[in-house]
Design a protein around this ligand. Sequence first.
Ligand code: HEM
Length: 505
Amino acid sequence: MAALGGLAAAALLLLLLLLLLAVGLYCCYVRHVHAKYDHIPGAPRESFLLGHLPIIWRMMEKQELIHDLFLQWSEKYGPVIRFNAFHRVSVMILSPEGVKEFLMSPQYPKDPLVYGRIFNMFGVRFLGNGLVTDRNYEHWHKQRKVMDPAFSRTYLIGLMETFNEKAEELMEKLEEKADGKKEFSMLTMMSRVTLDVIAKIAFGLELNALSDDRTPFPHAVTMIMKGMTEMRIPFVKYMPGKQKMIKEARESLRLLRRVGKECIDQRREAIQSGKEDTLDILTQILKGDALEETRDDENMLDNFVTFFVAGHETTANQLSFTVMALAQHPEIMERVQAEVDEVLGAKRDISYEDLGKLKYLSQVLKESLRLYPPVPGTVRWTEKENVIEGVRIPANTTVIFSTYIMGRMERYFEDPLTFNPDRFSKDAPKPYYSYFPFSLGPRSCIGQVFAQMEAKVVMAKLLQRFEFQLVPGQSFKLLDSGTLRPLDGVMCKLKPRSLPKGFQA
Ligand code: HEM
């Protein structure tokens, strides 16, 4: 018995020693990593092991935006800054030279850790190997080439009818609220209309989220977006208070993929029997799969989910931020409203040619993306050593790029915090490599033109029909939920404008 006890104590001691050795070795490794990166400027680490993480955690608790901290750091430490977390060091590059080098070339893949995290959501396949997350250049390139025709200019011009129709449905819903008293979230309304648009245009689905977003499918998309926000909280999977949300997010994702499967099967049949010849995103997804050696249903579903996620919230956020900025700047609102009146007059349906004439509105939308980019940046992985702004960046490093931060740096934009659409006038100097709300280079947004056509149609109709006011007392803070969105949802009150003679609703 005593011998057994002695053996157990010895085993425990050995285990403890091994543990101490492992901790010691890990600390040596962390020191080695520090030595490799400490020549890169950065704020002092708060802790040897945790690095800068405690600062981030404190900010997250207070719902503050970490990008604002990095903006302060960039002013203090320069355009290349280090960020430490345990044995990992990421480098933030806020210089046009760096943006050009890393984003314009296909040789730097997206970061495996950051994009790997959204392969699954709470254990259910989420964006998988879809177009946003695919890290294999050959495979991505094949997918992108097949998808391109659904975003060609000629095809997009044909979408004007749907943009008009869905925006008109939004106007009808807003008219019901436009008594100058009812308060509502502009973000919610914009999310519903952009969801209806992407569902119809990409997959031929009539969701009617504008009429009722409690129906299962739109609700599932809302829950998935919520899941995306929550999955950023460290250890959220283990928090008892979050289990209901996690269950709902998982079920919603399964529903989305199930509906995607039905859509794909139906469309495949329709194409085979010669009944379907639209060039929409769903058809392109099927064509892409036909090029593969083996049928890959999961990959097709990854793209189904990808287009729903990438193609609606981003535009909804841009639209809501634009409403917020305009309501805060009455003189700009007046000018853009005058342009809309001049171009559209009493017209109900907006043509592609009209969009080209709404030049100041384009500038307003661009300026909104400078201060409030729904996708704040992008992340790459470098396998070779680089020197940017005279700072050596070691091989095998995560490099982060932020249009949010660069868009607010005095170095690149005069009086950066002022909302001034004239920065984007025809004669103004172009912000090369310091403004990239749709990213740049080969992995830039495939939906950029689509999104800006949609945003212009919605904004033009809104400006033509309504006066809008912000409800006082809201914070106007930004929330980073994977995309940047207005924390308080842009609470508004609307009043109808007197419409030009001859307008027919
Ligand atoms: C204002 C609206 C939008 C903004 C600000 C935006 C922004 C972006 C950004 C910054 C990226 C690069 C992401 C990264 O590097 O990880 C991206 C990629 C992408 N976006 Fe958008 N986007 C918008 C609208 C749309 C729409 C409407 C669609 C679909 C119809 C779409 C589909 C995609 C896809 C599929 C990719 C991946 C492209 C690739 O890697 O080949 N986006 N978007």
